[in-house]
Design a protein around this ligand. Structure first.
Ligand SMILES: [Zn+2]
Length: 371
């Protein structure tokens, strides 16, 4: 295992944060997988799973079983990890400007289109090499003026040329679920089966350029832009939500690390490239059909449904209690499906999302992720 530590751009004189990156296998070997944990820094179960994964990868490397290259960033957001505000850890948004740490990644697909236009030919493999090189070159030249921008660019550089990118997060209170691109449904379902995912949410574009899509969407964009040249989607990227933010458990972390190792085997990053596939616990559904249950006004929340319960259309999800009148409004879902995540707070501000159900029928448009 090679470990590199990068100093991030300082926010002010005397203040430094650093990013630690572990590398396994031979640099440049294929397939390359990049995994990172807790980009939203208050989503700590992911860091526990990454530590378990680091231990396994070190042992596999010593046994000569890392045939590709693996990059592991166990603490993807040291800036957010340090953000304490009035006793609360704030890891989702940058306190400097309120920007979500998992949004606004550089859209390199559009940027490299011109550079690759004259270099693409009639064979897939050389085309993949051309695009990878162009994406890596574009990522290398990104300029940052703030620590957060610097962090985002560095993370992107570690992942933009990878075959597999797994961004490990968690939700507030949730069962294991993941997000990936719609045309990569098969690989997403394979990953989901190994992890025991209860929901797999697919979109061609979920909006505001989250990290996983910044790595995977350029291939989709270029495929659509140059239809006469064979170009596979050469990067599978997924956001993996390792349950809820309070679900820190050694047993679960070990189980998740084992599942990730099995996935890397099946994708040929590790040898032997075999691992049995458990029976899936769900089929993939469209993120556009995921139904948010939103509080129409402020109130006290009393849930009727736990994360992981499968509900019929019309089920009572939560009561919203008006604190002056005592009036109780029952919030119901339109969709049947698994309630895969719910809010950790029991006070709802007006307009707040309280729960999410992996439905099949609704067709939301616009930005599909939580803010
Ligand atoms: Zn997150």
């Amino acid at each position: 295992m090679q470990t590199q530590t990068f100093d991030l751009l300082g926010a002010s004189p005397g203040l430094r944060h650093s990013l630690q990156v572990h590398r396994f296998g031979r640099p440049g070997a294929r397939p390359k997988a990049t995994l990172q944990a807790a980009l939203h820094a208050d989503e700590v179960p992911a860091m526990l799973a990454a530590l378990q994964l680091r231990e396994r990868l070190a042992a596999l490397e010593a046994a000569g079983e890392v045939v590709g290259e693996v990059v592991l960033i166990p603490v993807a957001n040291p800036l957010g990890l340090a953000q304490q505000l009035l006793g609360q850890h704030v890891g989702r948004f940058d306190l400097r400007d309120g920007v979500n740490f998992n949004r606004g990644y550089a859209d390199l697909g559009a940027e490299v289109a011109g550079a690759v236009a004259t270099r693409l030919g009639g064979e897939a493999a050389p085309n993949v090499a051309v695009v990878r090189e162009a994406l890596a070159a574009a990522a290398a030249t990104l300029l940052a003026t703030t620590p957060t921008q610097d962090l985002k660019h560095r993370l992107l550089r570690e992942a933009i040329d990878a075959d597999i990118v797994l961004d490990l997060h968690c939700d507030s209170q949730a069962v294991l679920h993941l997000y990936a691109l719609t045309p990569q449904r098969d690989i997403a379902e394979e990953l989901g089966a190994l992890l025991g995912a209860r929901a797999i949410l697919l979109a061609d574009e979920s909006g505001d350029s989250p990290f996983d899509e910044a790595c995977s969407r350029p291939w989709l964009q270029l495929q659509q832009r140059f239809p006469s040249h064979p170009l596979p989607l050469a990067c599978f990227a997924a956001t993996v939500e390792l349950r809820g933010e309070n679900d820190t458990s050694h047993t679960l972390a070990q189980q998740d690390a084992d599942a990730l190792v099995a996935f890397l085997r099946r994708r040929g990053v590790l040898s032997p490239a075999v691992a049995s596939l458990p029976l899936p616990r769900c089929e993939a559904t469209l993120l556009a059909a995921s139904e948010p249950i939103t509080a129409p006004r402020a109130g006290v929340v009393v849930f009727h449904v736990e994360a992981g319960e499968v509900v019929p259309a019309g089920a009572a999800i939560a009561d919203l209690v008006d604190v002056y009148s005592g009036a109780v409004e029952t919030l119901r879902c339109q969709s049947a499906g698994v309630l895969y995540a719910r809010s950790g707070s029991r006070w709802a501000a007006a307009g707040q999302r309280l729960a999410k159900i992996a439905g099949r029928t609704l067709a939301r448009t616009g930005k599909l992720l939580s803010p």
